[in-house]
Design a protein around this ligand. Structure first.
Ligand code: SOE
Length: 386
């Protein structure tokens, strides 16, 4: 019988639902060394959070996050709130000795992220950032293949992240389009993910240049706040974040990178595609086909061509816990794998991965991209202290 770990979650909408499901499923599929007890979920709207607690299977609920992070019966705090509250909540959770799982992007800016790192270091708690795409078996397997030398020296890291949910100018101005709450637009919402994949698979980024654009400057204000799909009211408000970003990058290891992220990629729903070209091989991966990793080996001579590796065998990362080969995984399973990894790391007294240090590096890249988009120059990425 594994030991118990008491969990408190803040935020109960889109990501709160995904993470609640993950805490329920993780001990069902994995032999978790710690069994999560879903103590309390927290949100400002009492009716909404009470309903979420009952539906998702939490023992109780809170309407004050300040109260939740102080509760003696909570060991791990999972933060799924809009970006503007990440720093304040994470720092308070650390000060109260709680382990932390935090949704991406880490913070509103680099200086906030640095304060958060200071707080978790001082408190000695475990910390993890919800870059859940690392937890797709195919991406974790790509990492292993790269470490095994299957790509060789990396020359190019190419990434696009395209969604289309705000192409309609009448789509309401939800919090993700408000700089005061989101910090940035496509950059923090989408580019953060492909930057994380780059840091994970290709290494640190040394300098960047970027352009951004806001295509629709005003939108109807939503009738209610939260989620991705609120209904539009009559009044309009200003969109204060980027709708799209395109960036060039240089890596420390000499590789070159390109990043494009937009929520105006009509026809693309969650199209995050990366391609890596190296001296020994190339790789391609598309989140919309998340079980498949494409690989080309330079050794294949005139039989060269991309092959598709279906990463659903028990030998692929995380897969031994799931279904037989070919019984596909979906987006929510990456969150379950993430929770398993977090619990395993806490039990083994090891830092989970990606942790706040990875989040800080990611934030430094986004900061340099934002600066470049403002002044039109190349910017070095700050070498952050971890
Ligand atoms: C919305 O654009 C969003 O939900 C992101 O916020 C998530 O991080 C990504 O996984 C899917 O798209």
């Amino acid at each position: 019988m594994s030991k118990l770990i008491n969990v408190g979650m803040i935020g109960y909408k889109f990501m709160g639902k995904a993470h609640s499901n993950a805490f329920r499923q993780a001990p069902f599929f994995f032999d978790t060394p710690l069994t999560p007890v879903m103590k309390a979920i927290c949100g400002r709207n009492e009716e909404g959070v009470k309903e979420a607690a009952e539906k998702y299977g939490w023992e109780g609920y809170e309407t004050s996050w300040e109260k939740l992070v102080k509760r003696d019966d909570i060991d791990l705090v999972d933060i799924n709130t809009p970006n503007s509250s990440h720093a304040e909540i994470a720092i308070a959770a650390a000060e109260n000795g709680k382990h932390i799982l935090l949704e991406k992007p880490m913070a509103m800016n680099l200086s906030e992220a640095k304060e958060m790192v200071k707080a978790v270091k001082k408190a000695g708690v475990k910390h993890m950032i919800g870059f859940n795409y690392r937890k797709f078996p195919a991406l974790a397997f790509a990492k292993k293949m790269i470490e095994d030398g299957k790509i060789g020296r990396i020359f190019h890291f190419r990434a696009v992240y395209l969604q289309d949910w705000i192409v309609d100018p009448d789509f309401p101005l939800v919090w993700r389009m408000d700089k005061k709450i989101a910090g940035g637009g496509a950059i923090g919402d989408l580019a953060a993910h492909i930057i994380d994949m780059a840091l994970y698979l290709a290494g640190d980024i040394s300098s960047v240049s970027a352009v951004t654009e806001t295509f629709i400057k005003e939108r109807p204000l939503p009738e209610a706040s939260g989620g991705l799909s609120e209904s539009a009211g009559k009044e309009k408000g200003e969109v204060t974040v980027d709708d799209a970003i395109i960036s060039l990058a240089k890596f420390d290891n000499g590789a070159l990178g390109t990043f494009e992220a937009t929520r105006f990629g009509l026809g693309h729903k969650n199209y995050a595609v990366i391609e890596i070209n190296g001296s020994e091989g190339s790789m391609r991966y598309n989140i919309e086909r998340m079980n498949e990793l494409e690989y080309l080996s330079g050794e294949d001579g005139d039989e060269q061509g991309f092959k598709t590796i279906l990463t659903t065998d028990a030998t692929h990362p995380y897969m031994a816990a799931w279904w037989p080969p070919g019984h596909m995984l979906g987006w929510e399973h990456s969150h379950v794998n993430q929770v398993y990894h977090l619990l395993d790391s806490i039990a083994a007294n090891r830092s989970p991965e990606p942790d706040f240090f990875d989040g800080l590096k990611n934030q430094a890249v986004m900061e340099a991209m934002s600066q470049s988009a403002q002044d039109g120059r190349w910017h070095d990425v700050e070498k952050v202290e971890i």
